[in-house]
Design a protein around this ligand. Sequence first.
Ligand code: 5AD
Ligand code: SF4
Length: 452
Amino acid sequence: MNVYDSARMADVLAPVGYRPVDGPEDADMVILNTCHIREKAAEKVFSELGRLRALKRRKAMRGGRMILAVAGCVGQAEGAEIKARAPYVDMVFGPQTFHRLPDMVARADAAPQGADAGIFDTEFPAESKFDFLPEEQGSQGVSAFLAVQEGCDKFCTFCVVPYTRGGEFSRPAGGILAEARRLIAGGAREITLLGQNVNAWHGEAPDGAGRWGLGRLLRAVAELDGLGRLRYTTSHPGDMDDDLMAAHGEIAALMPFVHLPVQSGSDRILAAMNRKHRAADYLRVVDRLRQFRPDIALSSDFIVGFPGETDADFADTMALIERVGYAQAYSFKYSPRPGTPAADMDDRQVPEEVKTERLAALQALLNRQQLAFNRAAVGTAMTVLFDRPGRQPGQLLGRSPFMQAVHAAAGADRLGTLAEVRIERALANSLSGRLTAPAANQDAHAALEVTA
Ligand code: 5AD
Ligand code: SF4
C-alpha cells in the first residue's frame, strides 16, 4: 500500500512542478513514506532522518533548500515525537491527507529559509482523498497496484492499522474500473487490488444501484480488455464470502494464490488477539477455496510470542501450518505497539529468547513447505510475467501464477510480457527454467495461463 501511496503522491506533486528523482542527495524535497506496523519499521524512520538531515544541511550551505517530509503511518502515530526528536522535519502528514500536498508544499515554500516550517496534517478528513487525487501520471509498469479499500474496523489487539489508516473505507466501483482501464492503457498486464482488509470491500456499484462485494468487482475488472492477471491482497478469513471463493473457480485471470493471514493456530490466542475467528473457521475457508480451485496456493502471516502464548498454543500454530501446507508466508515476533490493547498485557509478555526460538522453529517448517511447493513445480511449464531484469545479464525475473519468483534466460524484449517457462530448478525462494518457445512465436497477450 505504501508503494501505491508513494506513486500517488508523485501524481499529486506533478502539477506543482515536482518529479521523482533517483536519490535524495540533491532533491528539492524528500518524503519518507513510513510504516508503523512493527517497532523495527518505525525505528528505521529516525535513523533515516538523521542521514537526511546531513543532506539537507549540505544543500542549505550551497544556498539551496530541501523540504523534508515524513508521510505515512509513523507520521500519523508519532507526529509529536518527530517534532521533538527531529525538529528539522518540515512536514508531517498521515496516509489520509496527502491529496493536500500542494497546499502543504506552498506553505513550506513560504516559510523563511532555515526556519522550521512545522506543517502537520494528521487528521482524518471528512472527504476521501480518492475524490481529490489526480489521474495517475506515471505508468506503474506491467504489474500495477490499485487501492480499492483502506483502513480497518477489526481492531485486532496487536495492530495499529485501525488507528493509523483509520476506519474501513471502500472506493466506489466506478472509479476503480476507470483507474484499472488507465493502468492497462499504461501497460499493466497484471493488477493487484489492494486493501488492508481487501475482502471487506463493499463499494457502490458503477450505476449507483446498491453495493458490490469483492467477487463481483474482480469479475468486472477481469472483463477489461488487455488484462492478463488479477490478484488481491490482504484478506481477513472472516470476510471470505462464497462469491469471492467461487470467483477463484470461474475467473481465468484470477491467479491461484491467496494471502490469507491467520496469525495463530490457537483458539485461545486468536480470541486474545480479537481475530473474531477460530482455527477451525480458517481451515473451513481453506478447504472451501480448494473446492473451487484445487491447485490454489496459500500464504499467511504469523505472529509468535503474542502475550500469554504458551508452548501448547505455539504447538497449535505448528499443527495448523502442517494441516494447511503453505506456498509461502511471512512471520514475525510479536512487537508491542503503543496504544494497542496487547501492548498493555504487561504480565503476559513472552520473553525475547522464547520468541526467537519459536520463530526459528516456525520459519524452518514454513521454509520446508515452501521448498516442497517449489520442487513440485520442477518439470512443469508455467506462465511467467517478466517484470524486471534478473540478477545475471541476459536473465529476466518474473512471477509464476502462484507468486513464485522465476528466473529464466531471456532477452530484454521479453520484459513486460507473459511467457511460458519450463521449470528446471527449485530453491527455497525461487525457481529457474527456460523459455519453451522462441520469441517470434510468442504472443504476450494471447499466452494462456498454464497451471500444470
Ligand atoms: N507485532 C508483530 N507483527 C505484527 N503484525 C501486525 N502487527 C504486529 C505486531 N504488533 C503483522 C501481522 C500482520 C502483518 C501485516 O504484520 O501478522 O498480518
Ligand atoms: Fe490489523 Fe488486519 Fe486485524 Fe485489521 S484485520 S486490525 S489490519 S491485523
